[in-house]
Write a protein that binds this ligand. Structure first.
Ligand code: DX5
Ligand code: ZN
Length: 216
């Protein structure tokens, strides 16, 4: 599969969100990545469901929603209602992950499970057959523009090996510190989707950066 690019809106100009989303619509981006934070699971607060609802009629790319909140299973209905294509919940935030994954799929969305940098891929052994995507954090979640954690390349390879060994078609998405250099190594290690926030939105020409990521 040709890899996908999911720019993260977290680094966009929030006073000009419409123009930013229109730029994404024109670009070669495959998905739009949306980071929801609660100030409890992560030490920051971003935006919530009213913003997703506002984006719904404007955004022409599938919405890849990354919930950095405690008990994300409580909000399956809201995320589905807001038009999400993929709902990513953190492994560390779900006591009954199997139940939450089933609820996400029942609500008509794809189910993604996210791992913090310290959470080993091996913990997915008994759930990976039920999920559509695994999102590996290559920074500690909470902020854009952080330094890429090197170990993420090895972790991507380990996850790719698990998926191959089990004969699954689970997607691998990587989030945090992605640029042309780290992106290339992640794709070589087996990533399918690259999230990029500051590298895209802080660039003078974001559309060109998306094109470059797309042609890696
Ligand atoms: C961080 C978010 C990321 C963030 C990535 O908690 O999950 O999606 O926007 O930002 P960059 O690409 O700047 O590291
Ligand atoms: Zn994210």
């Amino acid at each position: 599969m040709k890899h996908l690019i999911a720019p993260s809106l977290l680094s966009a100009d929030f006073m000009n969100l419409r123009q930013e989303v229109e730029m994404i619509n024109r670009s070669e981006a495959d998905w739009l990545h949306l980071d929801i934070m609660d100030g409890v699971f992560v030490p920051n607060i971003s935006f919530g469901f009213p913003v997703l609802e506002g984006l719904k009629p404007i955004c022409q790319k599938p919405m890849d929603v990354h919930l950095m909140i405690v008990e994300p299973g409580k909000f399956v209905r809201e995320v589905a209602q807001a038009g999400a294509y993929m709902m990513n919940v953190h492994y560390e935030a779900c006591t009954h992950l199997h139940r939450t994954v089933a609820a996400i799929k029942e609500a008509g969305m794809k189910a993604g499970v996210t791992l913090n940098p310290h959470t080993p891929v091996s913990l997915l052994e008994d759930i990976i057959q039920d999920v559509d995507m695994v999102l590996l954090m290559s920074v500690n979640p909470g902020y854009g523009g952080q330094k890429f954690i090197e170990h993420s390349v090895e972790k991507t390879r380990a996850l790719r090996d698990m998926i191959t060994r089990k004969g699954l078609d689970t997607l691998i998405e990587i989030d945090g510190g992605v640029n042309l250099e780290t992106g290339k190594r992640l794709l070589e290690a087996g990533a399918d989707i690259l999230v990029a926030g500051s590298f895209v939105f802080k660039a003078p020409n974001p559309e060109e950066v998306i094109h470059k990521l797309k042609t890696l």
